[in-house]
Design a protein around this ligand. Structure first.
Ligand SMILES: [Fe+2]
Length: 258
């Protein structure tokens, strides 16, 4: 039977929408409550919608009783502070699962390559219903920072690099792509991340905002890329040895979120 997927994401798996006029919105994210959460790089998260409306970030399938990452419950104390961000999560008309603001500290390209991961968006999701994808809306102005997307974790030739200027809006099937952010700023990067359920509402929203499945990708110095590949394999091997010494079998790195 399969899942209901977004026609707009069928070709490449991601789209870039028209920029949002972020500078005209209040900087609500600066007043939210942030909590530590295991993720790609040095991060904290401010949940706006969660499994039960609490300030926590766990996947809905990892709670009691478990369910798929749909029907997120708004965190009252947070949306009272950030009604504009809540409105932006709702404006697609698609169902919202987890919704949160991420705070990411600056890192290096090699860190981002090591942090590449696939999200576990669709665990317990039932065929015949909508596939869960994510929206990344940049709140801070990180023009030099890049969202990296790879269809093959170990092949930099598959890497797409999308700039994260203020107001940039990217919708990605983050279970399909290995992804992470290279944040080149000096201050933290803030972005609104929303899990949306694919369907006609999301397609209409992407069309209305001119979703582009072929946005320009940023070129990098090939030496930087080559060095990061070497470092990636060095870190993986180092990590494997640490785990081996502890008698732990390494598990795939799942459900990390940029
Ligand atoms: Fe992620």
């Amino acid at each position: 039977m399969g899942f209901i997927t977004s026609e707009a994401l069928a070709e490449t798996g991601y789209v870039v929408l028209d920029d949002h006029d972020q500078a005209s919105d209040p900087a609500e994210w600066l007043d939210l409550t942030y909590i530590p959460w295991r993720s790609s790089g040095v991060t904290r998260f401010a949940p706006l919608a969660s499994y039960a409306g609490e300030i926590e970030c766990n996947g809905f399938w990892n709670q009691t009783p478990p369910r798929s990452d749909k029907d997120g419950v708004w965190v009252e104390s947070q949306v009272a502070i950030a009604p504009t961000l809540q409105r932006r999560a709702l404006e697609s008309g698609a169902g919202v699962g987890r919704c949160r603001v991420i705070e990411l500290q600056p890192n290096e390209y090699a860190d981002a390559v090591y942090n590449l991961h696939q999200d576990d968006n669709n665990r317990l999701n039932e065929e015949g219903t909508g596939w869960v994808v994510r929206g990344y809306y940049n709140l801070s102005d990180d023009t030099d920072s890049l969202l990296l997307l790879r269809s093959d974790r170990f092949d930099p030739a598959t890497e797409i690099r999308l700039p994260l200027r203020q107001g940039s809006r990217i919708i990605v099937d983050t279970q399909r792509f290995w992804h992470a952010v290279w944040h080149r700023g000096t201050a933290p990067r803030f972005a609104l991340i929303t899990s949306w359920t694919s369907g006609p509402e999301l397609d209409a929203y992407i069309a209305a905002n001119h979703g582009d499945p072929h946005p320009p990708t940023v070129d990098l110095d090939p030496r930087l890329v080559d060095d990061a590949q070497v470092e990636l394999h060095r870190r993986i091997e180092e990590r494997r040895r640490v785990f081996e010494a502890q008698g732990i079998v390494m598990e795939p790195r799942a459900d990390l979120s940029v």
